[in-house]
Design a protein around this ligand. Sequence first.
Ligand code: FAD
Length: 566
Amino acid sequence: MPRPAEFSFRTRKNYLAQLAQEELDILVIGGGITGAGIVRDAALRGFKVALVERRDFAIGTSSRSSKLIHGGLRYLQQGDVGLVMEAANERRVLRQLAPHLARPIKMIVPVHSRTGYATIRAGLWTFDRMARVEKDERKEMLDGPETLKLEPLLKPQGIYGSGVYYECLTDDARLVIANIKSAAALGAITVNYANVTSFLSDAGRLTAAVVKDTVSGAAFPVRAKLFINAAGPWVDAVRLLQGEGETPKLHLAKGIHLIVRHDRLPLTHTVVMTTSDKRSIFAIPRGEVVYLGTTDTDYKGPFDDPMVEEEEARYLIETANRYFAVDPLTFADIVGAWAGLRPLLHEEGKKTSEISRKDEIMVGSMGLISIAGGKLTTYRKMAERIVGMAALQLAEQGVTMPLQPKGKSEAATLVGGDTGDDVEQFAADLKERWPRVAAEVVERLVATYGSDAERLIEDIAADPELGERCSPELPVTRAEVEFAVREEMAMTLEDFLERRSRLLLWDPNNGITVAPAAAKLMKTMLGWEERRVELELARYRRHVDDTKAFLNGGIDALPKKVAHAG
Ligand code: FAD
């Protein structure tokens, strides 16, 4: 997959100038996974398409998920066969399009009774057949001692056995960026920090969206034949911009995750745990850390940067403490946390956990196409359906697709996706070819940027200054910061540390030790004044503190019950 030659603040400026002048076929509103999938699909079909994101790409729900590409096992429990097959197929496709963003991991489901064992065995057997799981990834059933051998950290008391199956681990924000960059490489315009504040219409049809560039403060109309609202939790807010006659449709459900150091909970595999109220939650090891999640509760608070509550954290910690043979975890062990909002469609009389996770398309009276619900896992298929529908509407307006599309959505690899199936082998080959670049730097770059790592490594080998570390204890190099600014449109320190490098989550110090060097480099590249550097650093520190504000509630407060919906 070709990359855009540059995808930076300069590109952004040019894109904004283009947006002010040209009429588009489609304007996509929202730069989460839904919008990113749509803009890529539309660009592949040859449409003149743009995407605008109010803050940074992936800043909403799409950087706050459990980061699993589900094969669809959980939909089997809900009896939704169609969704099982779709999720399983999408998982296969994504493993081809971006192998580094869909890495298979073993999931262990410990059970404590013969009945539990039989239920899991039947469920996994059905799933293997229904989802056409490859032979070497089919379920395994283990007895008690085998289970403890596979995951020695489990408490041995009462373990009857376990079921083992596979899911894929992704990085949600990186998946968004990969789709955005792929779309840009195909000619789409994709801009962050560009907020749709209102619509213009003529004769009952939308003709333009007023977009505010929140960096310069300038606002201007962007004309398009069709508008697609992929604003996640903000879908209703954007729908209501059309004016009278629209009613809110969303039901937001909050989910949180906690991060602890891996040496505090040294798991070798992902464990599926059952909570006191019979929900399944995960403990997922990832490099230096393990994360626990998630919860599923009604949400009514502010949509930007939802906060983790103390009771929610306690609920997860208590469940983990029932499963693992380590000194009980306390709030003092939590090094990070995140909270996200599921944009589900309200279903009368249904509790949060009963609401379908299926996507739904709504068409407004003035033609605005809105999409809500859905999953990270099925984003590509969802995009295909929406752009298919958009294509029909555009055809009615006389816009036809070129005979020769630029590629097929299920076959065109994503930017960074050219590692081949075996990502570890790809990294091993690079290590052999570039022995002067530290092995841990190569590993980090491949895990984060896939095949794009190759060029970063070549750059480091050619210019050792680029290989300088931003912090002595981490394999994060100068090259990575420069890459984020030059080729991933990082505009703030938080963009780099949270959504490009993911250090906020996967570094137990939340990227704090990297921040000063990264800010200094960004200053040179983005032309910041010294004051801006101080501001960015202070903002980032405050942001890190905010993600863990619930810890100030005190470790010893009495447990309260979390009101889970089911
Ligand atoms: P978002 O990512 O929120 O994107 C919407 C974007 O629109 C935002 O970035 C916002 O800033 C922007 N926007 C809003 N208003 C405007 C405006 N006026 N102008 C311009 N831009 C605007 N799915 C899975 O498949 N696997 C999982 O493991 C998984 N785990 C999850 C765990 C949790 C706790 C949660 C909450 C969800 C999980 N999901 C999972 C679901 C998945 O994360 C979501 O379905 C998906 O991320 C939604 O993406 P989105 O693009 O629709 O919304």
